[in-house]
Design a protein around this ligand. Sequence first.
Ligand code: MRU
Length: 358
Amino acid sequence: MILTIVGESARQRSQRKIDTLESIEEKLNFKTLEWRGDHLRLLDQRALPESEEYRDCRTVGEVAAAIKNMTIRGAPAIGIAAAYGMALAALNQHDYREAAALLKSCRPTAANLAWAVDRMSSACALQDIAQVIAEAGAIEAEDAMMCRQIGVNGNGFVADGANVLTHCNAGALATGGIGTALGIIYTAHFSGKRLHVWVDETRPFLQGARLTAWELGRAGVPYTLICDNVAASLMAAGKVDCVIVGADRIAANGDFANKIGTYGLAVLAGFHNIPFYVAAPSSTFDSKCATGEDIVIEERDPAEVTFIFRKAICPHGCAALNPAFDVTPGSLVTAYITEKEVIGAGGFESGNPHELLP
Ligand code: MRU
C-alpha cells in the first residue's frame, strides 16, 4: 500500500531523481555539528523541533556534558563529537588519556564513541595539534561518506511505493552525513521512489517524534507519526513493507544493540514475515563483543520516563526503569547494510563481521 504524495506529478518525481544524490545533505540544510577552528558548535537536539538552538563547546568537559545530556546523540554523531572533544583537549593542553577516559564514560553502548576516541588517542600521542584536528575532521568526513554509501547500498531494498517503518532517529542528526537508516530512505526518495515512512515516536526520549519527524519533514519525505505500540497492528494489516533501523553496537555474532524497543519490532517483523534491516557503518561493529550478552546497556535517569517536558505523568515517587537500548538477536535480522557490503542472513555464521567486511 502506498500513501500517495498529494499533488506530486510523475514529472515532479523524475525531477527529484535528476536533482539527486550528492545534494541530499544540502536539501536537509542543517548542521548537526560543526568544527569552527577553536570550538565545536552543536545543534541542541533537546530543543528540537520547537527551536533550532546551537551550543558552543570550548572544552572537552563541555563536549562530555553535551554527549551525556543528549544535546548530541546517535552513535556516529557522538563519536564525531568526542573526536572534536579530544581535539579541544589537545588545544587546551589537557592530558589526552584523561580526556579519553572522560569521553568514553559518557555513554557506554555506542561502539562509535570508544572507536573514535581510540583513534584520536593515537593521533594525540604524536603531539602535533594540526594532525589531531585533521584526524577529527577525517572521522567526520569518513562518516559522511559511509552514510552516502549505506544509502546507495540500501536503496535496492526499498521498493517503489513501500511503507517503511523506522524507530528512534538514525538520520542526519545522528551522524556526520545523511544518516544510516534515514540515509537509505533519503536515497530512495530522492532517486524518485514514492515512499511513506511510519515513524515510531520512540518513548521515552521521543527521538522519533521530535527528531525523525523533523528531518523527514525538511526533506519532504511523506511520513506518519505513530505511538510505539501501533506497529503490531499495522504489520498485521499489511501496511508495513520493511523495517529499517540503525545500531549502536553490533557484536561478532550479529546481535546488536539499538534504541529500546528495537527488539520488539524485530520479533514482530519476524512474526509477520516482514524484512528487518539494520543500517550501520563499519565503525559500529565490535569484534570484541562475542555476542549481545557482552554489550553494556546504558541505564538513564528514570525521570526521563516519569516526566514529559518537565510535567510528571505518574504519581510522585513512582518507580521507573529506563534502559536506553535493547539487544536484538542476529537471527531476527534480514540483512545488515554497511558502507562496504550487505551482510545477509547467515553472513555472521562464517565468523567475524570484520573479516566479512573488506
Ligand atoms: O539514545 P540515542 O538517541 O543516542 O540512541 C540512538 C539510536 O539508538 C540510533 O538508532 C543509533 O545510535 C544509530 S544512529 C545512526
